[in-house]
Design a protein around this ligand. Sequence first.
Ligand code: FAD
Length: 370
Amino acid sequence: MFDWMIVGAGFAGSVLAERIASQRNESVLVMDTRDHIGGNAHDYKDEAGILVHRYGPHIFHTNAASVVDYLSQFTGWRPYEHRVLANVDGMLLPIPINLDTVNRLYGLDLDSAGMEAFLATRREAIDNIQTSEDVVVSTVGRDLYEKFFQGYTRKQWGLDPSQLSRIVTARIPTRTNRDDRYFTDTFQKMPSDGYTAMFANILDHPNIRLELGQKWNPARDRPRARRLIFTGPIDEYFDHRFGALPYRSLRFAHETLDVEWAQPVATINYPQTEEYTRITEYKHLTGQTHPKTSLTYEYPTNEGDPYYPIPRPENQALYKQYRTVAEGLSDVWFVGRLGAYQYLNMDQVIGQALATFARINSDRAPTAMV
Ligand code: FAD
């Protein structure tokens, strides 16, 4: 009998396992259906010996010093600022759209004020911004929308931006300066030996036992621990009793090339051509020196692992039904992106897990939802 059973060895499960094991001195059984730790952030050395991310590129960025401080107990860091180019009209142009994007695309020589004036002539006035199309067209106008966003979003989601909630594109800024960083967070860095090495350190505690390659089976596993933290899909926990929560998935194609470098930056987006959305070259992220290089192509699909909750109002309504029954449980905590049915970055999941631990530790009555 363990004190705790944690389903999922990603960030949510691993951080909580470590906190409970080290701070409460209680026993924890961590189970994952995959044969490895790290969840979607798992990385490994491929056949050529190049460190790659199995589930697509994971770039650590945050404004939360507390999250960095927590992880720094388990890893060193290498500084890294992510840059992305979009292959548009045969050119490689910075995305998010900035001054250089507009100048190079239209053969202009604008300064920041000039770009602001240019966008003012292009953007369309939309009174009630509802969809992802509305967000972009009202910010940069229809031509930039069609070139950079429409095709990419259609591939990524299998839906036109006009069918998707505003939150999908609202996260992407437009800059009238030349800042070509993808993120502007205070802390941008990568674990110096990779994510899996960091996870191994997080989970390295005598109170933690790992069982990998095993799907949680309630009849078999529930009696093995007094309390449960579930970081898998919330609808799966309830046997999809209200229906399955829809997710968009990805197929990853990994490739090693016999050249030292293939791309000028880590990621190139393909909004107009190709079936894949983007290609990532890992050595830019990891700083590894190697005569060959490894890339991942991402092909969006409806089949496969649940990656991106599809942000539509009817899906949120379905999620709320699950959340309501979850709130009625007293000995189960739902944590992580699959429990919240929300796209969350790694730092948000770590923050959520640390906050959950604080609640568990405060001896308040258990609250099933975080
Ligand atoms: P997960 O990492 O998914 O872990 C959940 C684990 O639970 C999985 O290992 C799963 O196998 C296991 N599990 C589920 N159900 C069961 C079951 N029934 N029995 C046993 N095990 C089960 N975030 C960033 O901050 N930066 C990025 O650059 C970034 N890039 C991303 C790129 C892609 C393509 C994707 C999909 C996500 C990206 N993210 C990024 C988000 C990041 O992956 C998540 O924030 C993080 O992995 C969430 O951790 P988690 O523990 O909630 O979930």
